[in-house]
Design a protein around this ligand. Structure first.
Ligand SMILES: NC(=O)c1ccc[n+]([C@@H]2O[C@H](COP(=O)([O-])OP(=O)(O)OC[C@H]3O[C@@H](n4cnc5c(N)ncnc54)[C@H](OP(=O)(O)O)[C@@H]3O)[C@@H](O)[C@H]2O)c1
Length: 289
């Protein structure tokens, strides 16, 4: 099979709502044979797009991953042509006191969960002579935001794994793309877990929290991406072999940060500081904007 024509069969993780759901729908509309991986099929609102099949898949449960990927392959009649690593959640807490157990848990889902899905699906892709992996990451992976450090770290790890995979498996026809999205209008904030002093009236973290969350809310409300924007990027990444391995999908509010992603890390952090109005070392907290 030629490198640019993988089987048009897809598994999307975390497909019950938000970006995963929109992606499963968009792929189905684009003619892909789609399997939606969800944690609780009984609670799922049925897909409007025709032909989307559903498997139970909790990425943190190795048996569920093995069974879910196997079932997806059986439903679509062979190895998967596309795997979308979408399942994920955010941990909100300061590096100083974030709960280490929660830190491990966010890595269990966002990093090791994606790794487990890949390790279940890639042997089939190799046998089939090609395939595509798309990982849904965030601009705040490449350019971490304060109090989202562990989430950012997990998404940066996912990006690195995806890019390494692109290098490793290109010779056997497997492409890999990481999408680094800005703020997307989903229920993501509701699913975010808060830990430690970042959630309380702390004199240091309180003002930072207010700036970060205020800024993200403003971007979401005024300039946020829709889940359908990310879904369209996934379809493009799946179908266009010329898609870059790193696809930055900035919302209007984070355009400056997105530009800085390509530049030196120090510039990028300066952009974040300037954007959020955060103090630099030794300076008093500037007045809120
Ligand atoms: N929203 C943003 O601004 C944004 C920006 C950049 C990147 N992203 C990334 O995009 C992805 C999707 O986020 P979203 O905005 O669509 O958020 P969302 O609405 O909260 O959806 C997250 C989905 O992930 C699923 N999930 C969580 N843990 C899972 C597990 N262990 N196994 C399987 N599925 C699991 C959830 O399943 P349940 O329905 O069972 O809870 C849910 O369907 C995430 O990886 C996120 O990091 C989001």
């Amino acid at each position: 099979m030629p490198v640019d024509a993988p089987r048009r069969t897809a598994l999307v993780t975390g497909a019950a709502r938000g970006i995963g759901r929109a992606t499963a729908g968009a792929l189905a509309v684009a003619g892909w044979d789609v399997v939606a991986g969800v944690r609780d099929p009984a609670a799922l609102v049925p897909f409007a797009a025709p032909g989307v099949r559903v498997v139970r898949l909790d990425v943190t449960d190795p048996e569920s991953v093995r069974a879910g990927v196997g079932e997806a392959e059986a439903l679509t009649g062979g190895p998967l042509g596309l795997v979308v690593n979408n399942a994920g959640w955010a941990l909100f807490g300061a590096v100083e006191d974030v709960d280490p157990d929660l830190a491990r848990r966010v890595f269990d889902t966002n990093v090791f969960g994606a790794l487990a899905v890949l390790q279940a699906a890639l042997p089939g892709m190799r046998r089939a002579g090609g395939g595509v992996v798309v990982s849904v990451s965030t601009l705040s992976g490449r350019v971490p935001l304060p109090l989202f450090g562990l989430y950012s770290a997990s998404k940066l790890a996912l990006a690195a794994i995806t890019e390494a995979l692109a290098l490793e498996l290109a010779p056997v026809g497997v492409r890999a793309v990481v999408i680094e999205a800005g703020v997307v209008r989903t229920e993501f904030a509701l699913a975010t877990v808060v830990s430690g002093a970042a959630g309380g009236p702390d004199p240091l973290y309180g003002p930072i929290r207010d700036r970060v969350l205020g800024s993200l809310r403003a971007i979401r409300d005024q300039a946020g991406l829709e889940a359908s924007d990310v879904a369209a990027a996934v379809v493009r990444a799946a179908e266009d072999p010329a898609t870059p391995a790193r696809l930055v999908l900035a919302d209007a509010g984070l355009a400056a940060v997105a530009d800085a992603v390509g530049g030196p890390a120090a510039d990028a952090l300066d952009q974040v500081r300037a954007h959020l109005g955060l103090p630099v070392a030794g300076e008093p907290d500037p007045p809120a904007r």
